[in-house]
Design a protein around this ligand. Sequence first.
Ligand SMILES: Cc1ncc(COP(=O)(O)O)c(C=O)c1O
Length: 425
Amino acid sequence: MSNQELQALKERYVAAGAASPNEQFADHALNAELWDADGKRMIDFAGGIGVLNIGHRHPKVVEAVKAQLDKLMHTCQTVMPYEGYVKLAQKLSEVVPVRGHGKVMLANSGAEALENAVKIARAATGKTNVICFDGGYHGRTFMTMAMNGKAAPYQTDFGPMPGMVYRAPYPVPYHGVSEDEALRGLAMTMKADSPARNTAAIVLEPVLGEGGFYPAPKSFLEKVRKICDDNDILMIVDEVQSGFGRTGKMFAIEHSGVEPDIMTMAKSMADGMPISAIVGTDKVMDSSGPNSLGGTYTGSPTACAAALAVFDVFKEEDILGKSQRLGEKLKARFAQWQEQFEHVDNVRNLGPMAAIELVESKDSHKPMPELAAAVTKKAKEKGLILLSCGMYGNTLRFLMPVTIEDKILEEGLAIVEESLKEAGA
Ligand SMILES: Cc1ncc(COP(=O)(O)O)c(C=O)c1O
């Protein structure tokens, strides 16, 4: 079917709140390229929002999933467990930098991972509250909606939100929140709303994802760790978007050396198969009763097979090395754009978790979301999928596979450059 025919079906049958505004329909894809239903080729700088760090349909992953399909598709792991789940738990425990030896629970999505992290933190501490951050994004289930630090569009139609969720400022000096101010804000939240005695966990992304790709300073993460230690609060680090090689290390928190009590991950964990994980210290993870955690599909055999293959690919193809090199290339190109374009500023990257900001001037820092929208629109016309994000909608974020071929990377970056020029940046 053509894009136009599929669009008609979408308009007629898909709920408005769930329908993509994109009138192109994906047909097939490989690594960093995708073809739509009309055969138009697109370069993919979105990677399904950070899911495809090793590219669309990595052959090793496809092969592993096919082999699994020939053996076993489902039992519900609480009814009868299987090899993939426990082997993946072992792998995750070996690489995830939580304190001490880690134990694992698998789930289906990022939001579900955060839900379970909060459940586990409550069970482990006997306390109720969670403190999250402005600009943070954790999902679209009820608890995670309440935890998001951006009300529209995630919460606005769906209240009331669950209680016991409090918020503190995230350090974004470019937009007026210094590290000190963020720490003062956190102290105030703990004074005014959520005292340590009631706070089970502080939940944060080491690099804000939807909130704008702002990395938290190492010293901020260290101080949050200390606040948690001093007050018997668990530190939950949400690496759903920043994990699995997106920042040049397996997990973004490794850049700081800080070890959380619980970490959540999903997205690039299984190259597009739906799976997520909650990894925490043994004691914390073992704190809830029998059959208190799980779900029919959690850690499905096919998703586990994909995730195990992803680990092999990371090793065999030096994905972290590729990620670091891609980060360097983006950094150099962004510095050039910052010089070249009047409205491009605050270019930043932690590895290839990279972004640029569109602002009225380099003095005012006033966000220009309309310019970001114009650039992504132009890019789309020219055959590039490019995403904006951020509290102000003025950040362009780059989430191309780290396995992208040099030639295609160049072609994509040239399209961004032309789009910036034509949109008046
Ligand atoms: C940091 C972070 N946490 C949680 C989520 C929610 O993940 P999911 O959409 O798989 O529920 C996202 C999704 O973008 C995310 O970026």
